[in-house]
Design a binder for this molecule. Sequence first.
Ligand SMILES: [Zn+2]
Length: 298
Amino acid sequence: MEIAGLRLPDGHRFKAPPTNMGIFKRRTVADLGEKKKDMPEGLWLKCPSCGETLFEEALVRNLKVCTHCGHHFTLNSDDRIASICDEGSFAEMDRVLDSVDALGFKGYLDKVKAYQAKTGLMEAVVTGRASIEGVPVVLAIMDFRFLGASMGSVVGEKITRAIEVATAERKPVIIFSASGGARMHEGILSLMQMAKTSGALARHSEAKCSYISVLTHPTTGGVTASFATLGDLIIAEPKCMIGFAGPRVVKETTHADLPPGFQTAEFMKEHGLVDLIVPRKDMRSTLGKVLNYVGRQN
Ligand SMILES: [Zn+2]
């Protein structure tokens, strides 16, 4: 049998095309950022910003920042803690809190269990006490690998408890944000976390304790609209995306062309939302300097 110059064995049958053909795949939150949420397995990978092929070991040594163009890859909570805390100082709190399916959202708990198995985390934020350059702090680190670090009841509760511990112990609180926003599987309960975390921060502020917010790629939705933008000092990693709704939604709602660099850390600094842009390699020393000033005052 010969078709279009291609010789095939007699009796050959063409396979039916797969039903989940790639071209019809819906875009997800993960597609907004990097193609991969974390490092792929293997020795080499391609930088999504400059296209350079990078040796993974060298990238890890460089805190997952591209050695060619300075692109900041997503950092998981373990690596983040190692990159900013004094060695061995981190003591996790509230690890056991686990999500419940209050709305009967089909498949939600299966999804949570799958992410727990995949990441080794219980939820999308890790909280605990630590010290940075010798100053005791309370930390909350969101981990984008876990359901896009969306904020459900457990994320909101862990962050609120971390803030309350910091207030009670008169320590600065530092929150590293990265999030796709509120967790749709928990509906209004996830939106409630915006008010709860903001209320805890207001009490922290009334007690004259400081809060440093660090925005990393991507910080969006209900997280941007609550605790992430309430810092006494707001720091961002270079070129990270910061926004409420995505650029397409904003464009369709306002019917206006968006300015260049819209929703980047640099744009937000120019417009007054962000105070400082700090590359990852300087994050520990910058936090140390700020903490040695405000931390001692607490
Ligand atoms: Zn690069």
